[in-house]
Design a binder for this molecule. Structure first.
Ligand code: BCO
Length: 311
């Protein structure tokens, strides 16, 4: 069952089908082409087939032609495949296809994240814009009545304050594109008070003031917050923290890639969350999930990227 997109008000619906609404929204724009790097993977091909059957997008699949053909089966012999001898070559070719505007979305298949990102950052044919590129993951978590966004779990390793500002701005645009009009942002740390020995707390406080003084707009930021008081009103009240964000955060800004990656995978493996994730800030959205993520997550990520791609 698909949720009516118009029923998603401010991203706060008590419904476990929220990521499904992204699929519906993605079908509403013009049909776009997706370049998939290293498509030779069963979960990637399942997502491609599901997306094709729902008329979500067209695909150009880069990688090992024989393996891709076998995974696709005879029913999908019209899908365009471009052979590449290695994962690095398939990343380069897929990025070049987006650079040349033969595709509007890039998708990571069965290859390490750093290989595709290095091609994306290539000075000659890459997809740089001059802004920071960052990873934004949208989670549907059982028993949580809203979508939760985590950034950056996959690209920026130890972002400085300036980079965190752009990571927040990228996540805020994604939040808006999925219907969260004024996202609440919690810069996470291990504590809720400023400790000069913990850089995450200083950056969080700076981001909060920058937001209050209009240097970062389109969202409400309050931090530092620890994870419990960012997402639980009870935990926030227990510690005497009162703010619009405490307990109600939509966007969790993590201090490092390790914190983000562990949170991302904990939500999936321990909390049985569903995820859709993209890299934004580039010339085109990039579908970027873990290679071990399910075809369902890849389909949600694809839908999220299609929602963000320019018509
Ligand atoms: C969550 C599910 C999926 C996963 O589990 S993913 C697994 C974890 N992720 C990863 O392993 C990837 C982590 N990141 C990286 O490996 C690297 O940062 C990355 C993205 C490959 C870049 O590496 P390098 O090419 O060595 O980077 P570098 O620092 O030497 O910079 C080269 C040029 O690129 C630029 N750059 C790097 N990161 C950027 C960014 N985020 N946005 C915009 N520009 C960026 C950098 O400024 C530099 O530019 P220039 O050449 O000086 O003009």
């Amino acid at each position: 069952m698909l949720l009516n997109w118009n029923a998603v008000q401010n991203g706060r619906v008590d419904n476990n089908l929220l990521l499904d609404s992204l699929i519906e929204k993605a079908t509403q724009g013009s049909t776009k082409t997706v370049a998939v790097a290293a498509a030779e993977d069963s979960e990637v091909i399942k997502a491609v087939i599901e997306a094709s059957e729902r008329n979500l997008a067209r695909f150009i699949l880069f990688g090992d032609q024989e393996k891709i053909r076998t995974l696709l089966g005879s029913k999908y012999k019209d899908v365009k495949i471009v052979h590449a001898d290695s994962t690095t070559a398939s990343a380069e070719l897929a990025v070049k296809a987006v650079f040349k505007k033969e595709a509007e979305v890039l998708m990571k298949g069965n290859l390490p994240t750093n290989i595709i990102l290095k091609a994306v950052l290539n000075k000659d044919y890459g997809l740089r814009t001059g802004n920071i590129l960052s990873h934004t993951a949208v989670f549907e978590i059982p028993d949580i009545n809203r979508l939760m966004i985590v950034t950056d779990a996959a690209m920026n390793m130890t972002p400085n304050l300036d980079q965190k500002v752009q990571i927040v701005q990228n996540a805020v645009s994604i939040a808006k594109s999925i219907g969260i009009a004024l996202p609440k942002v919690a810069p996470l740390a291990a504590v809720e008070v400023i400790n000069p020995a913990m850089e995450a707390t200083i950056d969080a406080a700076a981001l909060t003031i920058m937001n209050q003084r209009g240097q970062i707009s389109g969202c409400i930021i309050d931090g530092p917050l620890a994870l419990d008081n960012a997402v639980s009103v009870l935990a926030a009240e227990h510690k005497g923290i009162h703010s619009e964000v405490a307990g109600n955060a939509d966007i969790l800004l993590v201090p490092t890639i390790e914190a983000g990656n562990v949170l991302y995978k904990s939500l999936i493996y321990f909390a049985k969350a569903k995820v859709g994730a993209v890299i934004s800030g580039a010339k085109a959205p990039i579908v970027l999930t873990s290679r071990a993520d399910s075809s369902e997550s890849k389909l949600y990520s694809l839908s999220l990227a299609l929602c963000c791609a320019v018509d």
